[in-house]
Design a protein around this ligand. Structure first.
Ligand SMILES: [Zn+2]
Length: 315
């Protein structure tokens, strides 16, 4: 039989489900958490969403996954945290934690005595991650971001870990798979550094809570739990198309943004993918595609600031 899982003051005995809020030491921040502790032994899966506050289908899919799980049907445990950044969620703030202006997915593993985002990351790493055998971190296009669904993990020197991440990605079921070379401070880079499987999944966009993307992400969570043997059932593995590079085209000027391509388009190197103009309609800069590849992300806001990401191309 499983041991009791106790995280701060939230305690789930074997065969039970508990929910509440994690406290972040030295702040008023609370992070919602559901612990589903199965009656039978098995691995522990962590699902997080809402590390970025405006990625609604991922936040909703995680909430539904935590709610639908029945401890009697679970072998091992599932821990769900969503939305992780309640502060960003309620501020309707894309990408950043409002109190310190930091991207929470760039400050892991965090610091016990750092800024609010750093303390949030530290709380998750120090209190939750020691229990887990795999981490699925769900995202999507944030409020001003158009995006086609994709997954990703960091390739490390640990072949067994790479194979496990690949298997979990095939199980989750998003066709496009990216391998960011180096994304310091992210959940997946931190999981990899700790020797634990950690995959990123992205679906949904533009601040829209849409049912199709919510269902894709919810089913992906069920699939990963089945692949790990936590839930009963056979997973249909997905054939993945992999990309090794994922450069951003960034704005060189502040002004008005006019993308010339859409998500899902295939572009050739050098092709103009967007234009920034001033407030009188004069062109300030044209942006060529840095490589031939697939357009995964497009900034959908007309307003851009210098250095903002405009377009992400996978190749
Ligand atoms: Zn995100």
């Amino acid at each position: 039989m499983n041991a009791t899982i106790q995280i701060q003051d939230i305690s789930a005995a074997a065969g039970t489900k508990a929910q509440g809020f994690l406290s972040v030491a030295g702040t008023a921040v609370k992070i919602p958490i559901v612990i589903v502790n199965g009656a039978q032994d098995g691995p522990t899966l962590l699902v997080t969403a809402g590390i970025h506050g405006g990625e609604y289908p991922s936040i909703e899919a995680a909430i539904r996954f935590g709610r639908e799980l029945d401890a009697a049907q679970v072998k091992g445990a599932v821990i769900v945290m969503s939305p992780v950044s309640l502060n960003a969620f309620h501020a309707r703030q894309a990408f950043l934690v409002p109190e310190d202006g930091k991207n929470l997915n760039r400050v892991f593993p965090g610091k016990a005595t750092g800024t609010i985002a750093e303390r949030m990351a530290y709380t998750i790493i120090s209190t939750v991650v020691p229990y887990i055998d795999a981490w699925v971190d769900m995202h999507g296009g944030d409020i001003p971001e158009a995006l086609i669904p994709f997954g990703g993990y960091i390739i490390s020197e640990d072949e067994a870990l790479n194979a496990r991440n690949h298997e979990l990605s095939e199980a989750f079921g998003l066709k496009y798979l990216l391998h960011p070379a180096n994304l310091p401070g992210t959940t997946i880079a931190t999981a990899t550094a700790l020797g634990k499987p950690g995959i990123l999944v992205e679906a949904g966009q533009l601040g829209i809570l849409d049912e199709d993307n919510t269902q894709v992400l919810l089913q992906g969570c069920r699939n990963v739990a089945q692949c790990m043997g936590i839930l009963a059932g056979q997973v249909q593995m997905t054939d993945l198309t992999e990309y090794m590079n994922w450069p951003w085209v960034r704005a060189s000027h502040t002004g008005c943004w006019y993308p010339q391509v859409k998500i899902g388009d295939t572009v050739t190197e050098g092709q103009v993918v967007g234009i920034v103009k001033d407030y009188f309609g004069e062109t300030l800069a044209e942006y060529p595609a840095p490589a031939s590849g697939l357009v995964l992300l497009v900034c959908a806001a007309m307003s851009v600031n210098a250095n903002d990401p405009l377009i992400g191309i996978a190749y």
